[in-house]
Structures are given as C-alpha cells and as structure tokens.
Design a protein around this ligand. Structure first.
Ligand SMILES: Cc1ncc(COP(=O)(O)O)c(C=O)c1O
Length: 470
C-alpha cells in the first residue's frame, strides 16, 4: 500500500467543517442582518440621502493589515453597516433625486438574498436550468410589457453600460464595421464603450440635438447621406428613450424608418426611461420601441431592483449566440440545453439576476408596478408645478419621464452648482446640477414612488432659497 505524502495528509487533517457555522449561530446572524436592513428601510426618510466619507478615516476604520485571525462576525457586520455602508449615496432614499435613483423594493431584496444564499447560477442549461428558465421568463414578461418586438431575445447584465456595449458588439458582428451615430445627449458610457471595443473615433458621429434635446431625424438622414457619398458604411444609430439629462425621448418611429431605409441597426438605450413603458402614460411617451433592433433597460433604475440588473433585448433570434457562443471542451457536459445564457454575452459565471425580478413581478403584479412608475412621472410634474409657482425659479425642461430641470432666475452657473452641493451636504436631499446647451441648471429625477409631495416641496423650497441667496 502506498503512503500519502505528509503534506497531503496534513492538508486532509484540516476538518471539513473548517468554514462551517452552527445552524443557531447562522440563524442569529441572519436575523441580525434582516433586522438591520428593516431598520434601515423604515427610517430612510430620517437619514441622510448621501454621505461621503474621507479616504483616510474610512481606511483607518475599516482597513489595517490583512486579518490573520478571525473576529466576531456580529461586530464585523455592525462595522460594515455603520461605517462602510453608511458612507454612500442611498439611491433608495425618498429625497435622493440626483443622477438616477435606485429605489429598490423589499421582494426584490428578498429575491437577491435567496439567490445568493443558494449560490444561484445562470450560465449553462446543464448547470442552471431553473435560473436560466427564470431569466427567459422575466425577459419575455418585460418584452411583452414594454411592447418590444415579439421576436426579441433577452439577457440580463450588470447595468446599462455593459448592456449597451453588448448590443453594439452584437450589431457590429451581424452588420459588419461601419459608422455609428450618437447624439450629444447619448449616455457617456456608450462612447467610452465604443472606444474600448476599438470603434475608430473617426467612425463615430456625435450629432447635436434640437432645442428639446432630441435627435432631429432630418439631421440624422443628412449625416448618413454625407457618409455614404464619402464611401463610408453607416451601420448603427443609438437613440435614447429617456435621456439622463432631461428625460427626452428620441423620435423612434422616424429614426426607425431611416434605419430601415438604409438597412442600419437601431439600438435604443432605455436604461433609465424604458420601464416607464410599463404604464399607460409612459407607453404614450415612448412610441416606436418595437422598431428597436436592440433595446436596453435597467430594472435597477426604475423597476425597483437592488443593484445590479440590466436587460438587453435583441430582435433577431440567435444574433446574441452568433456573437458570443463558445463551446470549449471543458463546458461540453453542461451545454446543449434549451438556452445557454453563457453564450449571450461576455459573462460566463453569472448569478441569477432574474430571481429578484421574477419575485417582484409575481409579488406586486404589473398593475401595482405600473402605478408605482406612474407616481414617479407625476412627482416630476408636481415639481414643475411648484417651480412655476415660485417667482425665483424658472423651468428649463418640463417634466419628462420623471425628470425636470430648472434654474434660478437671477443665479449664475456657480450658484447652481453651490445650491446642489449645499443641499446634498446638508443631507436633507441629494440633487444634481447639469449643463444644458451651455447653461448650468438643477435637475431632479423623481422615480422613487415613496417620495412624498412634502419631500418635493421641501427640496424645491430649499433650492430656491439657496439660489436666491446668491
Ligand atoms: C440613459 C442611460 N444609459 C446608460 C446608463 C448607464 O447605466 P449603468 O450605470 O447601469 O451602467 C445610464 C445611467 O444612468 C443612463 O441613464
């Protein structure tokens, strides 16, 4: 009988339960986390909307040399909640109006916890048939709810940035290289993505938007014709269904018709605005979604999901697989099932982002979700109403898909930046300033249904006061 080498024996002497905890301890710690999260969620309105710490203090509190010995999990959980997770934006705070809020909901949080606890995986059919099925189900619910083309296939990704660039990679693979048309309101992550995937800068056109911050179809057609005259190949238009700055929606029916006539690919970025199409008023503001060859929307923005989850749809069945399929020898025993989600993007190991969205749809139902979205649209309209009533303020762009921008009548650019910074530093609310056609303005994004009319009134009143102080 051969002897095992000593070092192997010593390794095998390490107990198999080295990382295990007692069931009671696991339960107690789990309940601590639940209690902590419920406390957080039910007192959000009394907390600061955003807290930014300083690196030295945070590193001193959380860092130090690599811990060689373990320490109390309970105490470490408290440290995480009190220090690390307290020093951040709370996108789910009722007065977090900056950039794009992330108002997540409790069923979605539960879904995320469950999926994590069960090490959910949605890569291959053989390794994750249940989660893979969930993903195809939530994608088809979303596709139908949003009114996308019925042939659309979906895949869940980490966010709008990844989903948009995955769409562009797919378009380029199917149509071949060519000129890509953006606007000055296209989200900045798309240009970054284009450069990262090697799109030559001289093959990117950035078209100026009109006075409503929308792509003018006449300008688009003219730009395409100039490129064709110069022997270039127009390939893709990126239109936006809800720009981050103003909520503007490009004219998708007209742009779709142009793309069709030039045999170009229409990609629509509805990362923040897309979910609005789940409610009647949003659907009216977003005509033409069915024209998109690819479409992106982020449930972690306006569909009440914790980070992260974005959804990419591609109209041509099989186009994603044609672009991303791989079949190496070490994956052969798990491949070959109904759907291989590992073959729909660059992600191989991927947790199930569908669990939380499935639970959200099932728990609330479309009617409640659509009403929650409609409330966000109404809150921006209420903010517009208050701004119009206040003689110190003026509307710059009217409420559109839960975004409104406004400015102080007698205030300059610096005053606006200062007002946003002061209100945010004060902790009452978090708001952004932005620049529209050279003018610095204030912007509220009101997609959190738990925001009250008092929250809106308090925020507008404080901003008006900061601005009029000069
Ligand atoms: C219109 C639009 N596209 C893309 C993105 C990028 O999405 P993410 O931050 O999830 O990568 C955003 C983010 O706000 C957005 O508003």
């Amino acid at each position: 009988m051969r002897e095992l080498p000593d070092e192997t024996r010593r390794a095998l002497d390490i107990p198999a339960d080295i990382l295990a905890l007692e069931p009671d301890q696991m339960r107690r710690l789990g309940y601590e986390v639940v209690d902590r999260v419920i406390e957080h969620l039910t007192t959000l309105g009394e907390q600061r909307a955003l807290t930014t710490g300083d690196l030295v203090t945070l590193t001193t509190q959380l860092g130090g040399p690599i811990p060689r010995q373990g320490s109390s999990i309970s105490e470490n959980l408290t440290k995480l909640a009190d220090i690390a997770l307290a020093n951040q934006q709370h996108g789910e705070h009722p007065r977090y109006f900056a950039r794009v809020p992330g108002p997540s909901s409790y069923p979605a949080i539960l879904g995320e916890w469950l999926a994590t606890g069960m090490q959910s995986v949605a890569s291959s059919w053989g390794g994750g048939s249940g989660p893979s099925t969930l993903e195809t189900i939530v994608c088809s619910w979303l596709r139908d709810g949003l009114g996308l083309a019925p042939t659309c296939e979906g895949v869940l990704l980490s966010g709008g940035s990844m989903a948009n660039i995955t769409a562009v990679i797919t378009a380029r693979n199917i149509k071949g290289p060519g000129i890509i048309y953006l606007t000055d309101q296209t989200h900045s992550s798309i240009k970054r993505g284009l450069l990262a995937i090697g799109q030559p800068p001289e093959h990117i056109r950035i078209l100026a938007t009109d006075s409503s911050f929308k792509l003018n179809p006449i300008d688009l057609r003219a730009a395409i014709e100039v490129d064709i005259e110069n022997g270039l190949a127009p390939m893709l238009v990126v239109a936006t269904a809800g720009t981050t700055n103003t909520g503007a929606v490009d004219d998708l029916p007209a742009i779709g018709a142009i793309c069709e006539s030039f045999k170009m690919w229409l990609h629509v970025d509805g990362a923040y605005g897309g979910p609005a199409a789940l409610c009647d008023r949003g659907r009216l503001a977003l005509p033409g979604l069915e024209r998109a060859d690819s479409f992106v929307t982020d449930p972690h923005k306006w569909l009440f999901q914790p980070y992260d989850i974005a959804c990419l749809f591609v109209k041509t069945p099989g186009a994603l697989e044609q672009t991303f399929a791989m079949n190496p020898e070490y994956l052969k025993d798990v491949a070959g099932g109904a759907v291989e989600l590992q073959n729909r993007s660059l992600e191989l190991t991927r947790r199930s982002r569908a669990v939380k969205l499935w639970l959200t749809f099932r728990s609330y139902g479309l009617e409640t979700l659509s009403a929650a979205i409609n409330r966000g649209i109404g809150l921006a309209e209420y903010a517009q109403f208050l701004v119009e009533e206040d003689e110190r303020l003026e509307i710059i762009t009217p409420a559109a898909l839960g975004i409104v921008t406004f400015a102080g009548i007698n205030a300059d650019a610096a005053d606006h930046v200062r007002a946003a910074a002061e209100l945010t530093a004060d902790g009452y609310a978090a708001v952004s300033s932005t620049v529209l056609k050279g003018r610095t303005v204030l912007r509220l994004c009101t997609i959190n249904p738990s925001t009250t009319t008092d929250d809106i009134a308090g925020t507008v009143a404080r901003l008006a006061q900061f601005l009029s102080r000069g």
